[in-house]
Each structure stands twice: as C-alpha cells, then as structure tokens.
Design a protein around this ligand. Structure first.
Ligand SMILES: Nc1ncnc2c1ncn2[C@@H]1O[C@H](COP(=O)(O)OP(=O)(O)OP(=O)(O)O)[C@@H](O)[C@H]1O
Ligand SMILES: Cc1ncc(C[n+]2csc(CCOP(=O)(O)O)c2C)c(N)n1
Ligand SMILES: [Mg+2]
Length: 313
C-alpha cells in the first residue's frame, strides 16, 4: 500500500470545503486566510486508551472525531477545518482504512468541517490526532462566569462511563443501548453551542467528568459554583444506582456534553434555542462570589464528594 495513493484515495476530494482554506491537502502546509478569530484544539485518540484495540474502523472514526469537535462546541465556535495525523500499525489493511475514511467523511459532512491536511506514519499503536479549527467572532471562555449566573448542562451524564466496563468485557448486550451509544457515538452539541454566542458567559466541554471540568471553569473564572446533585440529568437506569450512578455522572468522563453559565435573563432564549436544536438542557446550579471552589448540594444539604475525575497519569 503506497502512502500517497492511499491519502489520495481515502482523504482527498471530499465534498466539504471552506472558503478561507486557500490550499488544502497536497502541499507542505495548508493555507488559511480569514478575518475572524480562529479557535484551535488538538485531540489525540489512542488504541487501548480511548477505544478498545478491537474497535471497528467506523467506531475508531467516531471515537476520534466526536470528542475532538466537542472542544469547538466548548468555545461556541463554528467548525471550519481539521487536520488528521494518523499513526497506523504496519499491518493496517486497505479495507480498514477505506472504511475508516468513509465514516470520517460522513461525520465531517454532518458537522460541516473540512479535512484540510494531516500526516500519515507507521507506528506500533493506532493513534489519531485531530486538530480542529473553528471560527468565532467572540469565543466563549472558561473564565467568563459571573456571580449570579445560572449553571447549565446539556444532554445526560454518565452513560458512556457506565458502558465502559461492559464494552471492555465485550458484553455490551447486557447494558442499555443508550449507554453503549453514548460511548461509541457521543453527540457534542456543536450547532447549538454556536447559537449560544452572545447569550452565555462561560463554557467548557465535559470530557474528564463534571467534578474536574467544573473545577477548571470555577478556577478560571475565580468564582464558586453551587451545584445541586439532585438536579443532574441522569437517565433512570443510572439514577436507580444512587451513588454508583452519581459517581459515573460526576467522575466517569467521556460525556462530551457542555457545561455553561449564563445570566438568568438569558434563560428563555437558551430554552428556545435548545428546543430548536433538539438538545436537552438542565439548570444544575448557580455561580457565586468566591475564589474558585465548588459546593455540592443534595436536597439542599451540602455534601462532600470523595470522587475524582479521569486523569491519564
Ligand atoms: N502538550 C501540551 N502542550 C501545550 N499545551 C497543552 C499540552 N497538553 C495540553 N495543553 C493545553 O492545556 C489545556 C488543557 O488541556 P486538555 O487536553 O486537558 O484540554 P481539555 O479540553 O480539558 O481536555 P480534552 O483533551 O478532553 O479536550 C489546553 O489549553 C491545552 O491546549
Ligand atoms: C478503552 C477506553 N475507553 C475509554 C476510557 C475512558 N477515557 C479515556 S480518555 C477519557 C477522558 C478524555 O480523554 P482526553 O483527556 O485524552 O481527551 C476517558 C474518560 C478508557 N479508560 N478506556
Ligand atoms: Mg475540552
């Protein structure tokens, strides 16, 4: 399999282009020319760490692409283009790569993001690094929360983490379908997020788990967050597991939903935009003056939590 033929066959000539990408695949660099701020995030997915080694090429594409574009949602950016750095085990077949590229292409079309460049090498472990780029007149930062803001979260939490042991033990059939769907096919609310511009003060996407990610936002904003555990969006199967379900929702990670804060006057607009985008939104707390701490409440009573978010090391 020749590297250049392979790139041409699998990754060139996709339908989605971007008017500001003046040169894409085929030269030493891609060329971008634009007047709006560009937001950029690099995200790596590694076999055995972000997806099981036996995952299908379609599943690998989903587990690499969807968490990557989630970072664009976190800034309320509109997707523009991405690059794809591929490290492929030497035994990778052409069929595997064709299937991977087909699914990636479909995802790129769904999210309206152009594949504009990349790198392909051989290496021991299948590794994919996507660098995603989006445009945004006023990117929303983690540091923008203000005392008095309401705290919101999109979607439901914890299902992906709940699915993980079943997936690793290859007995997905024993778990609710919504759990494995959340793991294999997370749904970062990218379009909805881009519509929230001007309407919200701060945002972060939930990749490591609410405990850790909310702490990043609180610290960056130098505000305290009061979060009500009984208001978290947990589906019934997880709610019934009580603390075990709560732990998955708070510390499991892999949710790729959005945590954001907004002035209470924005509530009606947020609810209307969410309904239009068919995204569920839940108010889970309030931002308070402080130094960046989080207080957790259960039925109005403060509660200390013993759990920690996902970390690699
Ligand atoms: N190796 C690195 N060199 C420079 N900056 C880095 C490096 N790794 C992470 N960062 C920066 O540190 C910050 C936090 O990175 P992190 O990868 O945890 O982002 P995240 O959005 O919280 O998580 P995720 O990886 O799930 O997107 C980001 O601003 C990122 O750009
Ligand atoms: C096979 C397998 N799949 C998933 C997980 C869970 N997991 C991996 S990375 C991550 C957080 C975000 O990563 P990053 O910070 O790199 O973006 C989580 C929750 C696992 N341990 N094993
Ligand atoms: Mg992020």
């Amino acid at each position: 399999m020749n590297e250049f033929t392979l790139i041409q066959r699998c990754f060139q000539g996709w339908d989605i282009t971007h008017p500001n990408v003046l040169q894409s695949i085929g030269d030493d660099c891609l060329v971008w020319s634009g007047s709006q701020p560009l937001v950029v995030s690099a995200d790596t997915a590694v076999a055995g760490r972000h997806f099981p080694e036996w995952a299908s090429p379609e599943q690998v594409a989903q587990r690499a692409f969807l968490p990557a574009v989630s970072d664009l949602a976190a800034m309320t950016a509109t997707p523009a283009f991405f690059t794809l750095a591929l490290t492929l085990p030497p035994a990778t077949s052409e069929d595997w790569l064709t299937r991977f590229a087909l699914r990636l292409r479909a995802l790129a079309e769904t999210y309206g993001i152009m594949l504009a460049g990349g790198d392909t090498t051989a290496g021991a472990t299948l590794t994919l690094t996507l660098s995603v780029h989006g445009t945004c007149p006023h990117p929303v930062l983690r540091s923008g929360a203000r005392s008095g803001d309401q705290i919101w979260v999109t979607g439901q939490l914890g299902q992906s983490a709940a699915a993980l042991p079943y997936i690793l033990e290859k007995r997905e059939a024993d778990a609710p379908r919504s759990w494995s769907e959340a793991y294999w096919n997370p749904q970062p609310p990218v379009l909805f997020a881009s519509q929230l511009q001007g309407c919200i003060h701060s945002a972060i996407d939930l990749s490591d788990g609410l405990i850790g990610d909310a702490a990043h936002l609180a610290r960056a904003s130098e505000c305290d967050l009061a979060i009500h555990l009984d208001r978290l969006p947990l589906e019934n199967d997880l709610k019934q597991r009580e603390d075990e379900g709560l732990k998955l929702a708070l510390a499991g990670g892999d949710d790729y939903q959005l945590l954001f804060t907004a002035d209470p006057v924005a509530e009606r607009e947020i609810v209307a935009l969410a309904a239009q985008a068919q995204v569920s939104v839940t108010k889970i707390g309030e931002v308070q003056a402080g130094k960046g701490d989080i207080r957790w409440y259960d039925s109005g009573l403060e509660r200390q939590l013993p759990w920690q978010s996902f970390t690699h090391f």
